[in-house]
Structures are given as structure tokens and as C-alpha cells.
Design a binder for this molecule. Structure first.
Ligand code: PLP
Length: 284
């Protein structure tokens, strides 16, 4: 596989980043994941807007234009013959040459790394059959709106969910669901209202979340942005998650309690199909 590191396209075994890179020592970095369908990038503009916001919130520079970043995405897709999967982009505060808590002077350039992963997105078992979710306490930091590479706790939460017999974790704070470990959480109430948590520093502003909200409007489905409890979700008509690589994925059980009839929800599957159609059409 060919990857991109700091201006060069290299074979993955030849790619090198310094041990002093702040991404490695301090998790001082941000990332984005765009899905790829038919060799085209889905929702590129939205992901780049969020990347710019993440870097601005952390006082990190981003000395590339969207056009330059799109060109790197396309070149990697081409070099790796990628038709379906994802492009991962990571930007760290770079290598100041020593370990120091202080941010380095501005002349330390950021480190930009991109790579591709082949993945079946359209025909996935989870997309068809749904996932079981287990709740975990949300012990992440308080700036979850910034997409940083600090993913140790989400990893631990996913492992704990798997140990509990589930496929993924939903994070819970004060009895309320914040979001999934790597996706946004949704429920459908019995009176047909889609509910997903309002944007704040408690959750990541999902690009797929925004796209699904727009699709819901076109389909005349009501959306309420508010927090919901684990109990409310367990009694919901449907639950599902959204993310760039899982699209819309039904949740069929929460902490062992079947959601609805324990089968993928009708509205979730309708939103999934509509999201895929729209993404294919708009991919660049
Ligand atoms: N929430 C968290 C914590 C995530 O890590 C992700 C994606 O990785 C999402 C939500 C979904 O965001 P997006 O739809 O932009 O992929």
C-alpha cells in the first residue's frame, strides 16, 4: 500500500515519522475519515470544514488548501486502486526535536499523514443485520467536539462492550447518552420523531449526522436535537448510529434489551438507503 507522509507518496514499510512527533508523545493531533464509494470521496467539504475547525480550536496551523488535500486523497485512491473503503487523514503538531509540554514555536511544521483502507461499506453484515450496543460511562475529556487522535478511552469502551457480548459502545453521562464510541447515537420515538443529541462540546459534530438530518427533512421526518436517556432508548421504536464508514447502522439491542422487535428498524434502513444514494451522487 502507498501512503502519504509529509509531501511524499511512499510504500507503507518506508513511511517514517519521528519518535519526537507530538502526535506520538502527546496525542497532539487531529484526524478525519472520509468514506470512498466508486473511487470517489464522500462529503469531502464537510470533513475539511470540520478539520479546519479542529485545528483552529487547538491553535494548529493547516497550511494546505482544500484543493491540495483533495488532490492527495485522489492520488492515494488512484495509486492504491481503491474503489470502496476510506481515506484516513491525520495532522499532528509535528516534531520540535525534544519532548516538551509547551507548544513548539510556529516554525515547527505539522506532520500530515494520509492512508487508505479497503473496506466493504455497502454490503456489510452490520449494515444489514444491525449491531448490539452496550453502555459505558463517558470518561473522555470535555472537548469531544474536537476530532483529536486521543482514542484510548473509546478503544477501552469498545473492548468493554465486546467483553459484555455487544458489538459497540454508547457513552453515557448523567444517565444520558452522549454518542457512540465512534459514531453519533439516534433513536426514533413511538410517535415517529427522530431524536439525536444537540451539538455541544459533549459530542463530535458528525458529518453523517448532518447529512442524515438533511435527508430526514426531505423525507418529512421530524428531528428533535436533544439528549435522551438510556431508559428512553431501550423503549424506543428504533435506534441507530451514524458515521462516515458505517453510514446508518441499526441498533437492535441496548444492554441486552431488544429495541423494538429486535430487528433492524424500518426508518433506519430507509435512511441508510437514502444516505447511500445521496452520497454516491454527491461524491467527488
Ligand atoms: N462521534 C465520534 C466520537 C466519532 O469518532 C465519529 C466518527 O468517527 C462520529 C461521531 C461520527 O462522525 P462522522 O459522521 O463525521 O464520521
Amino acid at each position: 500500500r502507498t501512503v502519504y507522509v509529509d509531501g511524499s507518496y511512499v510504500a507503507e514499510q518506508d513511511a517514517k515519522v519521528s519518535v519526537f512527533d507530538r502526535g506520538f508523545l502527546f496525542a497532539d493531533g487531529v484526524y478525519e475519515v472520509c468514506s470512498v464509494l466508486e473511487s470517489k470521496v464522500v462529503d469531502f467539504d464537510g470533513h475539511m470544514r470540520r478539520l479546519r475547525r479542529s485545528t483552529a480550536e487547538l491553535d494548529m496551523g493547516l497550511p494546505w488548501t482544500d484543493e491540495a488535500l483533495l488532490e492527495i486523497h485522489r492520488e492515494l485512491i488512484r495509486r492504491n486502486d481503491l474503489t470502496e473503503g476510506l481515506v484516513y487523514l491525520q495532522l499532528t503538531r509535528g516534531n520540535p526535536g525534544d519532548r516538551d509540554f509547551d507548544f513548539p514555536a510556529a516554525d515547527t511544521g505539522p506532520t500530515l499523514v494520509l492512508f487508505t483502507q479497503t473496506k466493504s461499506l455497502l454490503e456489510s453484515r452490520t449494515g444489514r443485520d444491525g449491531i448490539r450496543v452496550a453502555t459505558q460511562p463517558d470518561w473522555r475529556w470535555m472537548r469531544r467536539d474536537i476530532k483529536t487522535v486521543q482514542l484510548l478511552y473509546p478503544s477501552m469502551a469498545k473492548m468493554a462492550a465486546k467483553a459484555a457480548g455487544a458489538d459497540d459502545a454508547w457513552m453515557v453521562e448523567d444517565g444520558l447518552v452522549t454518542e457512540g464510541a465512534s459514531n453519533n447515537a439516534w433513536m426514533l420515538s413511538h410517535d415517529g420523531v427522530l431524536v439525536t443529541r444537540e451539538l455541544s462540546s459533549a459530542i463530535l459534530p458528525g458529518i453523517t449526522r448532518a447529512a442524515v438530518m438533511a435527508i430526514a427533512e426531505v423525507l418529512s421526518l421530524r428531528v428533535e436535537e436533544r439528549a435522551f436517556s438510556v431508559e428512553e432508548a431501550k423503549q424506543a421504536k428504533e435506534c441507530f448510529v451514524t458515521s462516515a464508514t458505517s453510514f446508518v447502522t441499526p441498533v437492535i439491542a441496548l444492554d441486552g434489551v431488544p429495541i423494538g422487535d429486535g430487528m433492524p428498524g424500518e426508518v433506519a434502513m430507509k435512511l441508510r438507503a437514502a444516505y447511500i444514494e445521496e452520497s454516491r451522487r454527491r461524491a467527488i
